[in-house]
Design a protein around this ligand. Sequence first.
Ligand code: KIV
Ligand code: ZN
Length: 517
Amino acid sequence: MNRVLIFDTTLRDGEQSPGATMTLSEKVRMAEQLERLGVDVVEAGFPAASPREVAAVRAVAAAMSAPAVAALARTVDADVDRAAEALEGAARPRIHTFLATSPIHRERKLKITREQCLERIDRAVRRARSYVDDVEFSPEDASRTELDFLCEVVRVAIDAGATTINIPDTVGYAHPTDIAAMLDALKGSVPGIDDVVLSVHCHDDLGLAVANSLTGVEHGARQVECTINGIGERAGNASLEEVVMALRVLPRYRDFETGVRSERLCPTSEHLAAVTGIRPQPNKAIVGANAFAHEAGIHQDGMLKDRRTYEIMTPAMVGARGSDLVLGKHSGRHALADRYRELGFTLSGEELDRAYRLFVLLAETKKVVHDEDLLAIYYQGTMEDAPRSFRLEYLDVHCGRRPARAVVRISHAGGPPVEAAAEGDGPIDATFAALGELSPWDPILEEFHIDAAGEGKDAVGNVHLKLRLAGHTFHGRAASTDVVEAAARAFLNAHDKAEHARALEARSFAQTQYWGV
Ligand code: KIV
Ligand code: ZN
């Protein structure tokens, strides 16, 4: 087996994603997730950039025991010294020094000659080796560097003591055949190249980062640099979860393995999304919300007969919560019957015919049909008709200090207003706790999302949530420029639907009785 090392740069290159900045404690908690995931190297930051980065690298270094901790440094003495200093407490410290080597960077940005470039690399790598045994060198923009000069650069770095040579496709400009040619040239002409770890670091400007990384592995790379959810500078870096699962699932990589515990991939992805607020798009491979969802009728039918018809890996392999059969207009009768069974209803052939007719009509107008809609169909109505029987009369929230406190007043079905007060971890938690006290059911919050519609400080907050009420899940939604108010209204919207389902159920029951006479 060939072991491919996974070098995670979520905390360094990933953090360069707009909006992905993490606090020191968030970085440490993320690094702990990465250690649990089983990555080999955690790149913790760029100490010369700021005192905050020094502190973050120091804190991550102190928290890690299994993975090596890397700190980035330009090929200048002060950077290398700062990186060494920040890594002092690390069990397995690595200094990662880099210098751009392409003509455009040498001539336009750095204004140095080829010779000066080689001198800088030699000096920085030697200095790094005086501090630690594990030194990585990266010729930035390697994929736009003249191939003969790239070989010269790598030779100098190895002579100076580099133990890992990383080849970055900094601007995501390489095609897999370019990566293959670069690595083949290095392997074929640089003395000592077989004694160091060859690595690839690919950006995703043309969507080729994962393909390029895998090609790197096929051509001798034994380290891949990547990030969780593929976050990173501009279009991001190669996505860790995609690289790891391609190496695990595709037969062509049967001789390769990583140390990643793949069932930790989704939890790690969710952790990052929660910390940064940057969610992967729903159709993102491996960790997207729809990665294991099947909507088309033929697909759902196949899945119900044998999951392998449309699943190349199981949700369990990547720690996804479960494969969803999302009901939409492409869904078939089998899937509908199956979902009803999961909801606790076994439909007769006739009932299924009727439900399917109504379902198709509804699916024409709604993108996704929720369980509550199926309940309504079953009870012969539609959820869109749910009358507003729960009204928010008053909401007062105090936060800023923990715990937050909320007072709510609601009325129900035209009755007198009732009031409750409660505390919570934040304003929304406190509001839900107070509303929960007034609920006729025992609400369980299953999901909560908030998105901004529009831009600027007067953007409207759209709240979507799922509440479990009286044994069924109801979807509530509301919008307001005040997100706490929107959350309260969404909570009550789910209650309106539960009430409506109850009314429909009663009506259906009455009709059944009538027909039964
Ligand atoms: O993309 C890049 O070239 C980098 C280097 C610092 C490795 O991130
Ligand atoms: Zn990069």
